[in-house]
Design a protein around this ligand. Structure first.
Ligand code: 1CP
Length: 353
C-alpha cells in the first residue's frame, strides 16, 4: 500500500510545505497554523452556500464539500485545508440510519446497544466512498502546495454516538457497555475502527497529505479503560493508513492524562487541547513528538491584546517540542468573528520560526 506518484506528498507539491515539515520534526519556512472547524458556521460564505442543503447531504456533494473546504484557506491563508466532512459520514455511507440534526449533532435512527445490534451493522464498501475521493480530488487540484488534512473519528468517539444515539456529555452508554459486555463493545469498536480507517484511507489515497484521528470524547475515560478498551481499536483504525507514510495526528479533549497512550497507538503528532500548556504536554511525552495546538477557543472573543498575549504564550510554551503546528485547543466556535482568525494567522506568520 503506497501513495501514487502523482500524490501531492510524492510529486513535490506538499512534502516541503511548512505543515508537513513541522509534522515531520523539521524546520519550517514559516510557522504553520490551521484551525479545527475552520470550515463551517463562522464563515458567511459557508452559511450562504449551505442554505437549503442538509449537513450530511452537503458532505456528499463533491463540488460543495470541496468549495467549503477551500473557503477558509482562501480567506485566512492558513497552512492547511481540513477536509469538510463529518465523523459520521462512514456510518451514513455504510447504510446506517444517521442524520445531523441542526443545533443537536449526529442522531441515529436505531442506537446500537447489544451484540445483536452490532452483528446487524452493514459493512462499508470501497465503492461507497467514491464521493469522498471525488471531493478530495477537487480540493487538492485547487490547493496546489497547501496540504489537505484528512480526518476520521476515533472508534470511541464514533461508538459514543452509536451507543447513545445522540450527543451526550458523559458518554455513560459506551462506558457501561465496555465493562458490562466487553465482547459486544470490542465488536463495535472494531466495526468503527474499520469504517473510520477506510474513510481516512480514501482521503489520503485521493490526495490528502496528512490524517488526523479525532477522539474528541476520549477525555471521559480514565487511563486504564482507555488503554484496555479503546487504544487497541484506535491502533486498528490507523493500521488502515500507516503504510501510506503520511503524517498522522491524534487529538482529543480532556486528554491530559492520556497523551502518552494516545501517542502509542502509532501516530507522528499529538494534538493537545486548551487545558494543558504545551511545555507540560511535551514533558509528559518526553520530547518524543511534534505537538499541535492549543489556543483556547474562548479567547477568540476576548479583546485583541488578551488574545495576542495568549497566542504568544502558546508559541513560547511550544518552543521546546520537536515541532509545533499552531491550532486551537478545540474547534472554532460558530460565533467567532472570522476577521479575528485572519489576524491570528497574520500574527503567527509574522514570528520567525
Ligand atoms: O449545520 C452545520 O453546520 C453542522 C455543524 C457541523 C459541521 C460544520 C457538524 C455537525 N459537523 C461539521 C463538520 C466537521 N465535523 C468537520 C470539518 C470542518 C472543519 O473542521 O473545518 C470535522 C473535522 C468534524 C469532525 C467532528 N464531528 C467531530 C470531531 C471534532 C470535534 O469537533 O470534536 C465530532 C465530535 C463531530 C460530531 C458532530 N458533528 C456535528 C456536530 C455539531 C458534532 C458535535 C456534536 C456533539 O457535541 O456531540
Amino acid at each position: 500500500m503506497t501513495l501514487s506518484p502523482g500524490h501531492p506528498l510524492m510529486d513535490g507539491r506538499t512534502a516541503d510545505s511548512p505543515l508537513i515539515t513541522a509534522y515531520r520534526g523539521g524546520k519550517p519556512s514559516r510557522r504553520p497554523v490551521w484551525f479545527m472547524r475552520q470550515a463551517g458556521r463562522s464563515l458567511p460564505e459557508y452559511r450562504r452556500l449551505r442554505q437549503g442543503t442538509g449537513m450530511l447531504e452537503s458532505c456528499l456533494k463533491p463540488e460543495m464539500a470541496a468549495e467549503i473546504t477551500l473557503q477558509p484557506v482562501r480567506r485566512h491563508d492558513v497552512d492547511a485545508g481540513i477536509f469538510f466532512s463529518d465523523i459520521v459520514i462512514p456510518l451514513k455511507l455504510a447504510g446506517v440510519g444517521v442524520d445531523i440534526v441542526p443545533g443537536v449533532g449526529p442522531v441515529l435512527e436505531h442506537p446500537i446497544r447489544t451484540a445483536a445490534d452490532v452483528a446487524a451493522l452493514p459493512v462499508l464498501t470501497e465503492e461507497a466512498l467514491e464521493p469522498i475521493r471525488e471531493a478530495v480530488r477537487l480540493v487538492v487540484a485547487e490547493l496546489g502546495s497547501t496540504p489537505l488534512v484528512g480526518f476520521a473519528g476515533a472508534p470511541f468517539t464514533l461508538a459514543a454516538y452509536m451507543v447513545e444515539g445522540k450527543p451526550s456529555r458523559d458518554h455513560l452508554g459506551p462506558r457501561t457497555m465496555m465493562h458490562a459486555d466487553p465482547q459486544a463493545w470490542q465488536a463495535l469498536a472494531n466495526w468503527a475502527a474499520d469504517a473510520s480507517g477506510m474513510f481516512l484511507r480514501a482521503q489520503l489515497e485521493a490526495g490528502a497529505s496528512a490524517g488526523q484521528l479525532f477522539d474528541s470524547w476520549a477525555g471521559s475515560l480514565g487511563l486504564a479503560d482507555y488503554s484496555r478498551y479503546v487504544a487497541p481499536a484506535s491502533a486498528r483504525a490507523l493500521e488502515h493508513v500507516r503504510p501510506l507514510g503520511a503524517p498522522l495526528i491524534h487529538f482529543g479533549t480532556g486528554t491530559s492524562e492520556l497523551l502518552v497512550a494516545m501517542r502509542d497507538v502509532g501516530v507522528d503528532v499529538v494534538g493537545v487541547d486548551y487545558r494543558l500548556p504545551l511545555d507540560e504536554a511535551n514533558r509528559r511525552l518526553g520530547g518524543s513528538v511534534p505537538l499541535q495546538g492549543n489556543i483556547d477557543p474562548a479567547l477568540l472573543s476576548a479583546p485583541w491584546e488578551v488574545l495576542e498575549a495568549h497566542v504568544l504564550a502558546v508559541i513560547a510554551a511550544g518552543a521546546e517540542a520537536p515541532g509545533h503546528v499552531l491550532n486551537l485547543g478545540h474547534g472554532v466556535p460558530p460565533e467567532t468573528d472570522p476577521a479575528v482568525l485572519t489576524r491570528v494567522v497574520e500574527l503567527i506568520h509574522s514570528i520567525e520560526p
